[in-house]
Design a protein around this ligand. Structure first.
Ligand code: VGL
Ligand code: ZN
Length: 201
């Protein structure tokens, strides 16, 4: 096996997170072509796909009377209630049509259990239930990870932070991300990532 192995992890580049989608992130579509170009520079490309059942407890509509973007206490901690998004098999859950999905070695789905969200590609939101990605990366010999995609301040940040905690050398290319920026979440995410030892580039 050749020397240092660097994997590109492309987070949640799905229709629902792009303009016109159910949980649109401003400018989400602008990063598709830059991400496609970046893919050429890595030993592997891994795509994550937010993949929720319709009765998912992260959806505001499944909490009678609750407003989207409000916060509730769940058994595993605080949870933002989102508009329903990325429902398994829907067009909203599909990857942006221009994303070069053929380049991916692995597509990792997350958030598929009704009772718990999964922002991070490594752990569900209880921060202990593994998705299996760590084992995959270690078995293939990756030590460096570069993260891009949506959303900067939720799934990218949580994945980056967990990757660094697990001992990977993690870089986030911020130009190839876009943020939801809910109540200052973008700045907080940047600080959390830096504190965890993530390089922001
Ligand atoms: C995401 C909120 C809910 C993300 C996923 O991809 O950042 N954010 N589900
Ligand atoms: Zn989600």
């Amino acid at each position: 096996m050749p020397g240092a192995q660097n994997a590109l992890i492309v987070v949640d580049m799905q229709n629902d997170f792009c303009p016109g989608g159910a949980l649109a992130v401003a400018g989400g579509d602008e990063i598709v072509q830059p991400i496609n170009r970046l893919m050429q520079n890595f030993d592997a490309v891994i795509l994550t796909q937010d993949w929720h059942p319709a009765d998912h407890t992260s959806f505001a509509e499944n909490h009678p009377g609750a407003e989207p973007f409000s916060v509730v206490e769940m058994p595993y901690g605080q949870q933002v209630l989102w508009p329903a998004h990325c429902i398994q098999g829907s067009n909203g859950a599909a990857f942006h049509p221009d994303l070069d999905v053929n380049r991916a070695d692995l597509i990792l789905r997350k958030g598929f259990r009704s009772g718990i969200d999964s922002y991070s590609a490594f752990f569900e939101n209880d921060q202990q239930t593994p998705t299996g990605l760590e084992g995959y990366l270690r078995e293939r010999g990756f030590d460096a990870l570069t993260l891009v995609g949506l959303a900067h301040d939720f799934c990218v940040a949580w994945s980056a932070r967990d990757g660094a905690k697990l001992g990977f050398q993690v870089t986030v290319i911020e130009d190839a991300t876009r943020a939801i920026d809910l109540d200052g979440s973008r700045n907080k995410a940047r600080q959390d990532m830096r504190d965890a030892g993530v390089e922001l580039k």
